[in-house]
Design a protein around this ligand. Structure first.
Ligand code: PEP
Ligand code: MN
Length: 350
């Protein structure tokens, strides 16, 4: 199998168009890769105002130059009817609807109306929140306006807590999407899922293992100095290295899908456990400080006995094994005591 056949669709290019030379240099670096589209954000949806919000229409001309010089098809994100108008005027080959737009049916409606009759290809990123129906609904809204060249991009879902990934992949949603709409190409965006350059390679391999139809990867000629998403962008050379290292694996669809999904869930639960333990120990420390300032004893046996009893009762109701639960709460308690005793040691030492 040729490398170029691993995926049906490879999209690469910077998060944002910044300057003409940045765009041309990035495209130059990508010229030997089998790109289906060269991407660049022209209007950037930023979390906070005041940051770089995209170069605007001028960047569309640079994209046209990329197409002329390197033969790549070109695409950008649209979020308003005005963006669609500009993209059509500059004859873009594809536009995508970003996660912050897919989430809003009014926006998708506006875009569907603006796109009707343009024959431009459209890719729909998943909404920022983990809602399969909303994602499917956005596609249906486009189809009602006779937009029929559609693909979808899985870019993960917003999280509040810090995890390994910038966005929680919720693999099951992508798998369910594929099941609901096997007719649509499903791409993965490892850049926005991972949020870090180091995660792009493993996620791209996972996309291959899970039989995604393609990848969208943010690529910048000088990632460290990118004006947006600097941590997750990789250079064209790094993309080539990742692409060349991808290994087609023997197919065992069902098993690999289920295993990946379950392992991701486990790892996200482990992340939560760590966070909760950290939070619990911080609280123990605060209580220890209070006890010290009021000169009250660290171990209050009755309170500990009651805490343990209630914990065990609740845990048993959840079907957890008595022996495990008892050991678990004892270990946590021991660590809390150690933290509080250390406060006193520090106090006496000073
Ligand atoms: C992007 O692709 O640069 C982008 C803003 O993506 P998302 O909508 O996935 O956040
Ligand atoms: Mn980005």
């Amino acid at each position: 199998m040729m490398r170029s056949e691993l995926f049906q669709c490879l999209i690469a290019g910077p998060c944002s168009a910044e300057t003409r030379s940045q765009i041309l240099q990035t495209a130059e670096g990508l010229r030997d890769l089998p790109l289906s589209y060269f991407r660049a954000g022209i209007w950037k949806p930023r979390t906070q105002p005041g940051a770089f919000e995209g170069i605007g229409n001028e960047g569309l001309v640079w994209l046209q130059e990329v197409r002329e010089k390197f033969g790549f098809k070109i695409c950008t994100e649209v979020a308003t009817a005005e963006h669609v108008k500009a993209a059509v005027e500059h004859q873009l080959d594809m536009v995508w609807i970003g996660a912050r737009s897919t989430v809003n049916p009014f926006t998708v409606q506006e875009l569907a109306e603006a796109l009707e009759g343009t024959r431009i290809a459209v890719m729909v990123k998943n909404p920022v929140n983990p809602d399969l129906k909303l994602w499917l609904g956005a596609i249906e809204r486009l189809e009602r306006h006779q937009i029929n060249v559609i693909g979808v991009i899985h870019r993960g879902f917003s999280v509040y807590q810090k995890t390994k990934y910038r966005n929680n992949p919720h693999w099951q949603i992508a798998i369910d999407f594929k099941q609901a709409r096997p007719d649509l190409p499903l791409l993965m965006d490892p850049s926005h899922i991972g949020g870090r350059a180091a995660l792009i390679g493993p996620l791209a391999q996972q996309a291959l293992d899970l039989h995604y139809d393609g990848l969208m990867i943010e690529t910048h000629c000088n990632p460290k100095h990118a004006l947006t998403d600097a941590k997750q962008q990789i250079s064209p050379n790094e993309l080539a290295t990742i692409f060349n290292a991808l290994e087609p694996r023997p197919k065992n669809d069902q098993l690999s899908l289920v295993l990946t999904n379950l392992r991701e869930k486990l790892s996200s639960i482990d992340d939560s456990l760590i966070e909760l333990l950290e939070e619990r120990m911080n609280l123990s420390y605060q209580i220890g400080m209070l006890k010290r300032s009021h000169n009250s004893p660290i171990l209050q046996v009755e309170h500990w006995e009651a805490t343990k009893r209630i914990f065990i009762e609740k845990a048993l109701q959840s079907g957890l094994a008595m022996e495990f639960i008892e050991q678990f709460i004892k270990m946590i308690h021991e660590e809390s005591l150690r933290i509080q005793l250390d406060i006193n040691k520090e106090h006496h030492a000073s």
